[in-house]
Write a protein that binds this ligand. Structure first.
Ligand SMILES: Cc1cc2nc3c(=O)[nH]c(=O)nc-3n(C[C@H](O)[C@H](O)[C@H](O)COP(=O)(O)O)c2cc1C
Length: 357
């Protein structure tokens, strides 16, 4: 599997999720079987590039290649400049966000809202490709199936993007209007795949090895992208990889192994965010990891009151040790995608004195 000239180890991708897929989480997903992971979106607004949030998002220290950065915005020139800015900071692939109900940028809705304005969408794609091509950086596009039920224009936009030089398209099988409601549909993804020569990645509601196999078969996609199902369960990538390769289910991880991965993730997380923000923003990751495990909800409530890294690490370690006494292998947690759709913003936990625009 290639994106432009860049070879990937496999076709299992971690989806960009604002407030979730920061560098520590992407690293963990890659260690546990993801062949590729896209950053949280980085705004094209220059005035925000020095903010704590954006500078953390542009931090790729020690990240396993390829480093892929998603940019979001509504102005072609600003998007081109954002691409160059991120390439200068290590990005090897630039992804354009037309898939997420992104916040307002410059008084316009960015992300999937761009699908409503095809000329602007294309202008942005062309400007970003023109900025990236001389730097030998492939550009990818992430979108939904369309704006609304009656306006499913993914195919038209995907074709135009391919003609403009985009190296891969990812399609989330929902319209913008749907948000995260209902179920992802894969017919539009299949139509895009059938029409394009560049790789197409299918996304939406893939939460198990069986579902991964089904979506690959139904769409003919070159790759699949997993978002919510990886929250608290990043080893889903290797479970899917094993199932696709052998047709057999991988045994769940040892409980003590899951503990070790979570503690490693926490330490990496604190190193990026510092103690104050790190402890607070780590709560969601711990919550996802324990929510469907025996007594996980009660632990989550207790853990949410802890204020230091040391306390958090000790509590997580002790809780998993006790769980391991009864369950040497991690009990299978039911997928609970519905609970996971709210974008979480690490900035909410930054002390006021540190907050910037
Ligand atoms: C918390 C959260 C944040 C997200 N942030 C982004 C984002 O920054 N950029 C983007 O293109 N999509 C974003 N998405 C959409 C996901 O990348 C993905 O398309 C969607 O969740 C469907 O895949 P899934 O069913 O595997 O979760 C976000 C989704 C969630 C749940």
């Amino acid at each position: 599997m290639f994106i432009g000239h860049i070879a990937l180890p496999n076709r299992l991708f971690a989806a960009p999720m604002a407030g979730v897929t920061d560098r520590p989480f992407r690293q963990l997903c890659k260690r546990l079987g993801a062949g590729y992971a896209v950053s949280e979106m980085v705004t094209s607004r220059k005035d925000l590039w020095t903010s704590l949030k954006t500078s953390r998002r542009a931090n790729h220290d020690g990240e396993v290649a390829p480093i892929a950065v998603q940019i979001a915005g509504t102005d072609a020139q600003m998007m081109a400049e954002a691409a160059v800015y991120n390439i200068d900071r290590g990005a090897q692939i630039i992804d354009i966000n037309m898939g997420c109900p992104a916040k307002k940028v410059c008084n316009k809705w960015a992300g999937s809202a761009l699908m409503q304005d095809e000329p602007l969408a294309l202008e942005i794609v062309q400007a970003v490709v023109a900025a990236c091509a001389p730097r030998n950086v492939p550009v990818t596009l992430k979108m939904r199936t369309g704006w609304c039920d009656t306006e499913r224009n993914a195919l038209r936009i995907a074709r135009a993007a391919e003609d403009a030089g985009v190296a891969m398209v990812t399609v989330h099988g929902r319209t913008r209007e749907q948000g995260y409601k209902g179920h992802a549909e894969y017919d539009t993804v299949a139509a895009v795949k059938a029409a394009l020569r560049i790789p197409v990645c299918a996304n939406g509601d893939i939460d198990s090895p069986e579902k991964a196999r089904e979506v690959l078969a139904r769409t003919g996609a070159d790759a699949i992208m997993i978002g919510r199902a990886a929250q608290g369960r990043p080893w889903i990538f290797r479970e899917i990889g094993h199932f696709l390769a052998t047709g057999e289910q991988l045994a769940p991880p040892a409980t003590l192994q899951a503990k070790a991965w979570l503690l490693e993730h926490l330490n990496d997380h604190y190193a990026l965010y510092g103690e104050y923000a790190g402890v607070r923003s780590a709560r969601k990751h711990i919550g996802w990891a324990v929510r469907a495990l025996p007594d996980g909800e009660a632990f989550r409530a207790r853990m949410n009151r802890l204020e230091s890294c040391d306390e958090q690490v000790r509590a997580v370690g002790d809780w998993f040790d006790a769980l391991a006494d009864e369950h040497p292998l991690l009990p299978r947690a039911a997928a609970a995608n519905d609970a996971l759709i709210e974008p979480v913003d690490a900035d909410a936990s930054i002390p006021p004195s540190e907050q910037q625009a």
